[in-house]
Design a protein around this ligand. Structure first.
Ligand SMILES: Cc1cc2nc3c(=O)[nH]c(=O)nc-3n(C[C@H](O)[C@H](O)[C@H](O)COP(=O)(O)OP(=O)(O)OC[C@H]3O[C@@H](n4cnc5c(N)ncnc54)[C@H](O)[C@@H]3O)c2cc1C
Length: 395
């Protein structure tokens, strides 16, 4: 069988590229269903883009690389597509757009777009071997217990990163990059909870609080923090995990918006006979106050505490240094940080500079978005860049 374009991976990027790559496009995936990560994303409602998406929301060894693709297929283009398919959506917070009903609406939209473009999809197809002979790519696959050979003029690698292996994630894109002589930057789990080997936060599990989490490079995120049985999670922590290196501290500021010193000084005047712990629990979760009592002196009544003690307490809450032992790893990570080195790719088309007609898109590439719809926007933008480049050349 010969196709113009063979796309490996029927996730967000692969399906979207198939809608734009022009005639005679085939997408293959080893999973039973297409777009499985879309289905589970955003708690089942898919945070499909972010109103504020720009290159500043992405991490890459080359921070400029994502600019071109993001500018040529923007969040507004994707919102327009969602609207054309009459999919209801809403902004939840911080520019994050979610489906009103179900992430399955996005999968159905991508399938419809792909089918309208005439692209074919083979699921439950194992990739056995990829080779490059002359101007064609030859991919041997196994499907329904039989081997088949697919020859393609263009090959698009959209097999994603290593996060959530249970859902079919593999390091296949990196292997293939290596096979074709492209560099791969160091990869690690990102947008992932921190763990603490002593399980010190176990008694607090389930408690959430607004927080600012700052990593050693000075990057800060102000969002919710959630204590878990094994450590820390919540958006502020997931965001910080992408900037954290093993062995480093993070600094947590609890409720940084709250002027706790003034509040306690007011309470000292008006409710002096209240226990300090009770006074604090009117501003902070009770279980967090109980935990703090092990670290800071919270004895006595609020009326008896000096300014010095109030300052020591608030400064502890705003500068709480913590050293995670690690992260939950790829088992729960939303993305893989790092990937196919952008030095080897065209930022306009995602084509490998040294291997004409070979493209890498989506999470496989060393472009990692923040939490909040940015990773899907990168999937759409990079897929559009590759798809339209291929259609322009082969279509
Ligand atoms: C729980 C969770 C929630 C998330 N929520 C959001 C969100 O709300 N918003 C957001 O922007 N991002 C979210 N993300 C991140 C987002 O899902 C990914 O960034 C995005 O799916 C990447 O798209 P992709 O097409 O590059 O890779 P994927 O969507 O991972 O697709 C890769 C495809 O390749 C296939 N594949 C892999 N290896 C092989 C192989 N060897 N042979 C054949 N096929 C293979 C896989 O089966 C898969 O279908 C979430 C991630 C997770 C895990």
């Amino acid at each position: 069988m010969h196709v113009n374009t063979l796309i490996l991976g029927a996730g967000a990027a692969g399906l979207f590229a198939a809608a734009h790559a022009g005639p005679r496009t085939l997408v293959i995936d080893h999973a039973k269903a297409a777009g499985e990560k879309i289905r589970i994303s955003g708690g089942g409602r898919c945070n499909f883009t972010n109103l504020g998406a720009s290159a500043a929301n992405f991490i890459s060894q080359n921070p400029h690389f994502a600019k071109s693709a993001l500018a040529r297929y923007t969040q507004w283009d994707f919102i327009d597509l969602v609207d054309r398919h009459n999919i209801p959506w809403h902004e939840k917070t911080l520019g994050q757009l979610f489906c009103d009903t179900s992430a399955k609406d996005i999968i159905a939209m991508l399938r419809a777009e792909m089918e309208a473009a005439g692209a074919q999809l083979w699921l439950e197809t194992t990739i056995v071997e990829v080779s490059h002979t002359g101007s064609d790519f030859t991919v041997t696959v196994e499907r329904g217990g039989k081997r088949a050979t697919v020859k393609a003029s263009a090959l698009v690698v959209a097999t994603g990163g290593k996060s959530i292996p249970k859902m079919g994630a593999t390091g296949f894109a990196y292997q293939l990059a290596d096979q074709f002589g492209l560099d791969v930057t160091d990869t690690r789990a990102a947008l992932v909870p921190f763990t603490f080997s002593d399980e010190r936060f176990k008694p607090l599990a389930g408690t959430a609080t607004p927080a600012r989490v700052t990593t050693q490079d000075g990057t800060s995120f102000d969002e919710a923090l959630l204590f878990t049985h094994r450590g820390l999670s919540g958006p502020a922590v997931l965001q910080a995990s992408s900037y954290w290196q093993e062995g480093e501290d993070v600094t947590v500021a609890i409720s940084p918006e709250l002027d706790l010193a003034s509040l306690l000084k007011d309470q000292r005047r008006t409710q002096g006979r209240k226990a300090l712990t009770t006074a604090l629990a009117t501003h902070l979760p009770q279980r967090l106050v109980d935990h703090l009592a092990d670290e800071v002196d919270l004895s006595g009544n609020v009326g008896d505490i000096s300014d010095t003690r109030i300052d020591a307490l608030t400064s502890h809450l705003l500068n709480w240094p913590l050293r995670p032992s690690g992260t939950e790893g790829y088992r729960t990570a939303e993305v893989t940080l790092g990937g196919v080195d952008t030095k080897g790719l065209s930022s306009k088309t995602m084509e490998a500079k040294a291997v004409p007609n070979l493209y890498f898109i989506g999470e496989a590439v060393d472009v990692t978005g923040w939490l909040g719809g940015y990773n899907f926007q990168w999937a759409w933008s990079s897929a559009y860049a590759a798809g339209t480049a291929i259609a322009g050349r082969l279509g």
